[in-house]
Design a binder for this molecule. Sequence first.
Ligand SMILES: Nc1ccn([C@@H]2O[C@H](COP(=O)(O)O)[C@@H](O)[C@H]2O)c(=O)n1
Ligand SMILES: [Zn+2]
Ligand SMILES: [Zn+2]
Length: 570
Amino acid sequence: LPVPSNNQFYYASQGNINRDLKIGDLNFIHTTDTHGWLGSHPNEINYNADWGDFISFTANLKQTITANKTRDFLLIDTGDKYDGNGLSDASLPHGKYSTAIFNKQDYDLLTLGNHELYTENNTIMEYYETAKNSKFKGKYISSNVEFVDNNLDGKLVPFGDKYAYFQTENLKKRILAFSFIFDFQRINSRAKVTPIKEEITKEWFQQVIQRYDETQVDLIIVFGHLPITDVENREINYLHSFLRSVYPNIVIQYFGGHSHIRDFVQFDAKSTGLQSGRFCETVGFLSITNNSKDDSFPQFHRRYIDFNLRSFNYHLSNLGGLNIENSNGAEVSEEISKIRKKLNLDEVYGYIPQNYYMYYEPLTSKKNIYNLLINKILPTLEVKHPTIPRYIMINTGAIRYDLYKGVFTKDTQYIVSPFGNEWNYIKLPSKLASKISDKINKGPVVLNIPEAHIFDISDDGKCPFRHKKGLVKGYTTYDSYGCKGDDTIHNSLGYYEVPNVIQYTDDTTNDDTLVDFIFYSFLKPNILSAINNINKDMKVTSHFFTDDDCFYYGGLSTQDLLRRYFEQFL
Ligand SMILES: Nc1ccn([C@@H]2O[C@H](COP(=O)(O)O)[C@@H](O)[C@H]2O)c(=O)n1
Ligand SMILES: [Zn+2]
Ligand SMILES: [Zn+2]
């Protein structure tokens, strides 16, 4: 069988031009939303580095940058380590192997994302294996998440430290660091998230900002699992206004995540934010030069480094450093290969005859993965009540990655849809069921990954749409500093908007006929609220829908339906 390949992404190895890193006084490497992709992207050369290579890269980069002790280097991660790859999700418990591998990286500051909070297993694993890991003492920060400690009769304890105050190794810069997660409330019972607005009014926070006032701090770092561009909730903007009112002269640097995009935002002359993509496709680099409190302005520089060997070695050799071969990460790479074998991630289940994309083809195209789901996959869900018409709805966010032509493996299953969501259903009159998808799709972006709204803007005229022979397709990021942040010049990706939900239906009645409205369990609160709002709009007050109206439908999950579909092409 041919090796799976995303041919569009193969690069002509010498054809791409790299944009260099500008080293500053303070230098940062940032990762976010790795979602278990520590074993690289075996079918995409553009992202062919693994976690071991990344460890070698950062160790060599740090050594090169700090060799003469006149600069500093910090490594930061902003969470979401589960749900996206077999390496994290095919083990029982989830994260059994990937957590230890992730923790081999020498992070200076790290925190958790919402994917460490959906299930008890993930929360407990994150708390005991990472937050409480002696390696990360004073480095694991969460300012607004608490853990329910059953060894202390269910007492709420901080999930790591609430903040950090430390001096950098060489320049002795005094840093005050906080880490906030967005207002995430779909949380399991072992943790609690307090919204930022509320957390910063608490006594501990007020005491910290009083104790470490402008005379005690050279730089504030806020790193956390929240988008730096947040048009809907503006949580980061609220936080920034508050911090700026307390620290009018200090440089405030943000590192964000969650929306899975490459992004860089200038908040004011002394403050920027960096967000470094997703799925080990991107290593974010940021440098700050001149962070003094006087009237002069700091210089910020950002780069989105493609997560591949060529980029890593290019930047190292450009700076006079050693390349990554035979460096300290090699053992980690070997360990990852062993774990992949142990988990049978390369076991072949089926064959994918063509590429299917989430964003690069319109929903109407046969090359669009949601089109495939609507027309070929969802209708194959086992029928429970043969004579009853049905709707089958999923949130588009349940699909996490494109499908590439080639073998469909055990790993592919977790990559395309890692969640263990179940099918539920409600009995509804057709005329009500038919209105739900419209209602949800007109609502806020809560069910798909918000990247769909701000992702790859290369085709909207802000950055030139590039289609040049010899260049590989990839990110062409538009951010506060323009179009030149990516380290590698790519041909542009097309981009089409994706709705919150998609559905298959065989119902043609649109009257009082009762149908089975089947949906992914993750959608339950959104479905109930949509139905009640539709009824409210139509002034129907006879029934308020609750959990009691929802039943278990059963059947194979989307990942298993996909597997069964692609088995036929083997
Ligand atoms: N059981 C679940 C959990 C999450 N999702 C989807 O993931 C999205 C959040 O992912 P981030 O990496 O951006 O934090 C969420 O909005 C859902 O679309 C799911 O489908 N099932
Ligand atoms: Zn994420
Ligand atoms: Zn997230």
